[in-house]
Structures are given as structure tokens and as C-alpha cells.
Design a protein around this ligand. Structure first.
Ligand code: PFF
Length: 479
């Protein structure tokens, strides 16, 4: 049966695809700006602790659930649990919702890439400031929509070619290229005068507060929730991606080592992205740049490139291409979660699913929801306003469609999914069920660590993260 679904061509191919899924906008954008907002070094330490005790555990859990059952998300939960079988649906719902805005953010990167390419080709053309560029982009909904269509089209062609023929091939070229480009940007960033301030902000304990980057220390629980939410999103957990990718891994491979490599690679790239972005932003704009929030990628950094003079657009092209590759490699894993569900469903009915048709249907459905987000232009074009009053508090606190979709998926469905998964594994089906799978191809002595984390540490951590996410998104001020 496994043969019909297809497999990864090699373990390296699987690893690059999984790292590709994990490395995305979350690393290049979310990590540096959340680190900026949450006090620099403290955030980094909490992030690392969570990555080991929660991220690594759930990564092993998801990969083994996929490989054990040989099924995508819905099928895997169905096969393993009675009480939690519906959780699989949550993990198909979230990727679908995330794609509504992930594609639009990818489209913005394409737009910035094109604009910087234009500046590079016609040197002498006046480089627009980040704020002007961003403003004019948001209020040109048609442009954003066209780039969104293009982004989805690229994903369509990759996913249509299958797990090893499309996803694996793209990542085998895309991931090494991304790494090289990241190193180039880091060298430029660290050699700008004043870059050391950014480095101290990232790595010197307490510096963020003492040097006036932030006025007061954020509360421990706030940092915990921000770091936890970020870690989850960044590692592509609780969205079916790792269950789905795990279902295509051969029984020979060592899932424990693989899970460790994915977590380490993703965390390393998040830190490297921090090195590429924070020192450059701080060198050009001083401490406030580290705190510029979501604007960081599209306004602050474009300004950094503009301030470099004639060579700026070249770095702009390299940087936005890098982010675009990261966005595509993550988006295709989200599309694969939904595609695999339909392929598995066909198999259950005794049919052979037609991948091209399924991927086309999935991409068209994503295009519909993404069009709303693209045309809304982060609220600049007012598409959210008519709904605002109908959603009570959720309507009031979300300013635009992107916020709302992010709240539904990253804010609610993801932490809830992970919480339920850890309760299911820890208390219903018991850790041993997955440990048996993990021990195929690995004799690592992880049993006690895995069981304790899955039963106690992960559920408590996830409950706190869920509360923190709701608190943060709804501005309730509990934490
Ligand atoms: N990990 C991706 C990022 O850091 O941008 C986002 C993501 C991709 C989340 C795939 C979840 C997922 F299943």
C-alpha cells in the first residue's frame, strides 16, 4: 500500500523537505521581530528550552504517528484513537486557513523581489522608501492579487509532481540556495557600522532593557507564550505537516535522529535569520528598529537596503528571493497535508486518487480565501469592516482579514491541536505506542524522557501557550 502512495527518494530528500517546511516566514520574519518585542536574550533562552522539551517531543510524536499509520492527518488520528479521532480534522483545517494569508505574504515577497530587480536593472531609478512602497502595494489590491495567483501557481506545479518528484526536488535545490543567500546577507548585516548593538541585543543578557531597547521587561508568562507560539509555528507542528511527511518515510529510517536534525536546523536558521535582520535594522535605525514588529520585513528592511545606495537593490533581490524560497517550501507542505487527505480518502474507497486534479482543487479553494486577504490589503481596503460588528470581541480586536485568519489558525487551532495530541498520546494510547515506532531504526534511550514530557510537560506547556495566545490575540491582559 505504501508503494502506491509513494515515498521520499532518500532520507536526505525527506530531511530537506521537512526542514523546508519548518523554515519559512516564521523564521525570517516572526522570530526576529518577536525576539525584538519580547526582550532579546531572554526570549532566546526560553525558546531553546521549549524547543527541546516540547518541540522535539511533538516532532517525534508526529513523525511516528505518520509513519506508523502510513496515513495523512485525518487517517492517522482515526487509526490511533477513539476519543480524539476528530483532532485530525483540526489539523486539516489549520493548514487551509493558514494558506489564506501565507500565500499573500509570499506574494508580497515576490512583489518586493520584482521591485528590487527593477531597481537593479535600471540603476539610477529612485529607490522608494519601505513605507512608501508598502503603502502603495497595499492600496493596489489588483497587483497583490496577481502575485498571489502567481505564488499559488508555483506551488501548484510543485505539488502536482508529487512527494519525491515535486516537493523533494524543489527543496534539494531551494534549501542549499537559501542557506548560501542567508550567509551573504549575514556578512553584509554584520559588517555595517553599528551592527554590534544588534548583536548585544540578541546575545547579552539584560541588554535589551539596560540599553533602552525596551522600556520594561515583559512578564515571564508573556515571553513564554510568545516564544511557545512562535516555536510551534516555526517547527510546522500541530498542522498535520509532519504527520503527512512522516507517512512517506521508509521504515528503515531513524525518526529520532531525523526529528532532532529538523529541530536543530530550524532553530539555527531562525537564529541566523535574526543575525541577518536585527543587526542591519539596528545599525540603520537604532534600537527602535528591533521593535518595529510586523513592519520589520517589508518596511524597515527595505529601508535598510535603500540606505545602502547603489548596491542596495542587489541585497534586496538576494534577501527577498531567500524569503520567497522559504515561503514556497513551507506552503507546499501545507498544500500536501490537504492533498494527502484526499489521496488517502480515495484509497479508502478503493480508488486511485488523481493527484493533479486534487492539487488543482485544493489550490483553487485556497485562491478563493487568499483573494479576500489579498484584496483586503491588511485592512487598507476595508474588506473586514462590514464583518467587524458581527463577530463581537473577535470582530473588534482584529483589524483585518489577515489578523482574523491568523487568530483562528495560529492562535487557536494550532495550540489546541497540540494540547489534544499530547493528551491523546500521553494518556489514551500511551507513549509506548509511538515509542515502538520510534525504536524501529533507532535504539536511542528516550523512553523516560519522551513519556514524561508527553504526559506532563507538553500538556502544561501547551495549555499555557494556548492561554497566552488567546490572551495576546484578544488583548485580555491576563498574562
Ligand atoms: N514553519 C513555517 C514557518 O516557519 O513559516 C510555517 C508552517 C508551515 C507552519 C507548515 C505549519 C506548517 F504545517
Amino acid at each position: 500500500m505504501k508503494q502506491e502512495r509513494g515515498n521520499w527518494g532518500s532520507n536526505l530528500g525527506f530531511l530537506l523537505a521537512a526542514v523546508g517546511s519548518a523554515v519559512g516566514l516564521g523564521n525570517v520574519w516572526g522570530f526576529p521581530y518577536k525576539m525584538g518585542k519580547s526582550g532579546g536574550f531572554t526570549f532566546l533562552v526560553i525558546y531553546l528550552v521549549l524547543a527541546v522539551f516540547v518541540g522535539f517531543i511533538i516532532m517525534m510524536g508526529e513523525l511516528s504517528m505518520g509513519r506508523k499509520t502510513g496515513k495523512g492527518t485525518v487517517g492517522a488520528y482515526h487509526a490511533l484513537s477513539k476519543k480524539f479521532r476528530w483532532v485530525g480534522w483540526l489539523a486539516v483545517f489549520s493548514p487551509f486557513v493558514i494558506m489564506s494569508f501565507y500565500t499573500v505574504l509570499g506574494a508580497y515577497c515576490m512583489e518586493y523581489l520584482t521591485l528590487n530587480l527593477g531597481d537593479l536593472a535600471f540603476s539610477g531609478a529612485e529607490v522608494m522608501t519601505g513605507a512608501d512602497l508598502f503603502g502603495s502595494m497595499l492600496t493596489n489590491p489588483f497587483g497583490a492579487w496577481i502575485f498571489t495567483v502567481l505564488f499559488i501557481l508555483i506551488c501548484f506545479f510543485i505539488n502536482r509532481n508529487g512527494v519525491s518528484g515535486g516537493i523533494e526536488k524543489f527543496n534539494k535545490i531551494g534549501m542549499p540556495a537559501l542557506f548560501v543567500m542567508l550567509v551573504i546577507i549575514i556578512i553584509r548585516s554584520l559588517t555595517l557600522p553599528g551592527a554590534e548593538e544588534g548583536l548585544k541585543f540578541m546575545f547579552k543578557p539584560g541588554y535589551a532593557v539596560s540599553a533602552g531597547f525596551i522600556d520594561e521587561k515583559p512578564g515571564f508568562l508573556t515571553v513564554l507564550a510568545t516564544a511557545g507560539g512562535q516555536m510551534f509555528f516555526s517547527l510546522s507542528l500541530a498542522m498535520g505537516a509532519m504527520i503527512t511527511y512522516g507517512s512517506y518515510v521508509s521504515k528503515k529510517e531513524n525518526l529520532v535522529t531525523n526529528a532532532g536534525i529538523i529541530v536543530i536546523a530550524d532553530t539555527l536558521i531562525a537564529i541566523l535569520a535574526g543575525l541577518a535582520v536585527i543587526p542591519a535594522a539596528v545599525a540603520t535605525y537604532g534600537p527602535s528598529a528591533a521593535l518595529s514588529g510586523p513592519k520589520l520585513l517589508f518596511i524597515t528592511l527595505q529601508d535598510v537596503f535603500a540606505a545602502m545606495g547603489k548596491i542596495g537593490p542587489l541585497f534586496g533581490v538576494i534577501f527577498y528571493l531567500l524569503v520567497l524560497i522559504a515561503a514556497i517550501s513551507s506552503a507546499i507542505s501545507l498544500i500536501e497535508v490537504i492533498t494527502t487527505y484526499f489521496m488517502d480518502r480515495a484509497e479508502v474507497k478503493g480508488k486511485q486518487g488523481n493527484r493533479s486534479h486534487i492539487v488543482l482543487g485544493v489550490c483553487l479553494a485556497i485562491l478563493v480565501e487568499a483573494s479576500i486577504v489579498a484584496l483586503d490589503g491588511l485592512g487598507a481596503n476595508g474588506l473586514w469592516v462590514p464583518l467587524q460588528n458581527q463577530f463581537g470581541i473577535i470582530g473588534e480586536i482584529n483589524d483585518c482579514w489577515l489578523d482574523f485568519m491568523d487568530f483562528l489558525s495560529e492562535g487557536l487551532a494550532m495550540p489546541l491541536g497540540a494540547l489534544l495530541m499530547s493528551i491523546m498520546v500521553g494518556w489514551e494510547i500511551k507513549p509506548k505506542t509511538l515509542l515502538d515506532e520510534l525504536h524501529i531504526g533507532s535504539n536511542a534511550r528516550i523512553d523516560t524522557f519522551f513519556s514524561i514530557c508527553m504526559k506532563v510537560i507538553v500538556p502544561i506547556g501547551m495549555a499555557l501557550i494556548l492561554l497566552g495566545q488567546i490572551d495576546g490575540f484578544l488583548h485580555l491582559g491576563i498574562f
